[in-house]
Write a protein that binds this ligand. Structure first.
Ligand code: HEC
Ligand SMILES: [Cu+2]
Length: 342
């Protein structure tokens, strides 16, 4: 017969396990958790949160009852030193079996009813006064089109606070998943199929999101931000996005950059209103107005922009914008031009 562990060693093991649990618990107290799903900012998020709480606390109740009963039975009915031989053998108990079939069935119905209601609510057509937004997933960036406003942008989703946005989710290549954890999602973005999603953001502010479906080399670098603005700020943003960017003054660095852009491969892949019509990469007509570049892995500073233009795949592994081996002069001119496109 193997030797039982001593009391002291059992105690030590329990202490280590409790310490581990405590660390996990304290990790949940981190102040900065911008991608938390349990602080929803939309009615859609509230619904999901309600289902999560319902099932979680029901499971906690079941756990406490079942484990409590188990521990009670283990101690109450354990063998005493005086008892030898096999215990009495019991087989089958119809009443118990009926009870422990009915109780879980009732609990599952209790979960299924609100789940089904919320599935139907969230799959219903969007309200009539919603703002349509077409989301197109690309390897590895997001395109946002506002068909009723005539605006196209990338990676930085602007939304008016309080107004429902009705997203049509499309993919240009492989499967992605649209996920802004604090607002709502995670909904698949599938080639040759349009998925719908709608919600209204309650609070003004910027919140991060990312692709949530593995889509290739730089899946982890396919991020985005949602900028929720007051109606007035949003309208101002729309006006600025619709305006034709001003011609850079003759002889300026920006004018030189425009010339480099117009004679380089850029025009085959990028649109700048009035200059080129490329559709492979992000629309650059107002790239200077964005705060992030390359789907949020760098910020839109002249330094980061230059780093990107010099060697995109070095900044973003697998980038579908190739290294164009630009000279430093061309890079500097391009940075001046692109940053002027507000
Ligand atoms: C073969 C197509 C292709 C060519 C040629 C190309 N690009 Fe790109 N470009 C892309 C793609 C695709 C992305 C998106 C990369 C990503 O975020 O994964 C991109 C991203 C960018 C971005 C970042 C935009 C943003 O909002 O994140 C800038 C700026 C840019 N390109 C400028 C240029 C310039 C300037 C040239 C010419 C010197 C050029 N590109 C040539 C495909 C191309
Ligand atoms: Cu992805």
């Amino acid at each position: 017969m193997s030797k039982l562990p001593s009391r002291a060693s059992v105690f030590r093991r329990v202490l280590v396990a409790l310490g581990g649990l405590l660390i996990l618990l304290l990790a949940a107290c981190a102040q900065e958790s911008p991608q938390t799903t349990i602080d929803p900012q939309t009615a859609f998020g509230d619904d999901i949160q309600y289902l999560l709480k319902l099932t979680f606390f029901a499971a906690v109740g079941v756990f406490i009852l079942v484990e409590g009963f188990l521990i009670f039975v283990v101690f109450r009915y354990r063998a005493h030193a005086s008892e030898t031989g096999a215990p009495a053998q019991v087989h089958g108990n119809t009443r118990l079996e009926v009870i422990w079939t009915i109780i879980p069935a009732v609990m599952l119905i209790g979960i299924a009813v609100p789940t089904t209601r919320i599935i139907f609510d969230t799959q219903a057509p969007a309200p009539k006064d919603s703002l349509p937004v077409t989301v197109i997933g690309h390897q590895w960036w997001w395109e946002f089109q506002y068909p009723t406003l005539g605006v196209t942008t990338a990676n930085e989703l602007h939304l008016p606070v309080g107004q429902t946005a009705a997203f049509s989710l499309e993919s240009a290549d492989v499967q992605h998943s649209f996920w802004l954890p604090r607002l709502g999602g995670k909904r698949d973005v599938i080639p040759n199929h349009v998925n719908e999603l709608w919600w209204a953001a309650r609070d003004v502010g910027t919140t991060p999101g990312q692709c949530a479906q593995y889509c290739g080399t730089s899946h982890a670098n396919m991020r985005m931000i949602a900028v929720v603005q007051s109606q007035a700020d949003f309208s101002q943003w729309v006006q600025a996005q619709k305006a034709q960017p001003a011609q850079p003054p003759d002889g300026s660095a920006a004018a030189a950059g425009r010339a480099v852009f117009a004679r380089s491969a850029c025009i085959g892949c990028h649109t700048v209103e009035g200059v080129s019509q490329g559709k492979v990469g992000p629309d650059l007509t107002h790239v200077g107005s964005r705060t992030i570049l390359a789907a949020g892995i760098i910020s839109n500073t002249p330094e980061d922009m230059a780093r990107w233009l010099k060697d995109p795949p070095a900044v973003k592994p697998g980038s579908l914008m190739p290294n164009l081996h630009l000279s430093d002069d061309d890079v500097n001119a391009l940075v001046a031009y692109l940053e002027s496109l507000k």
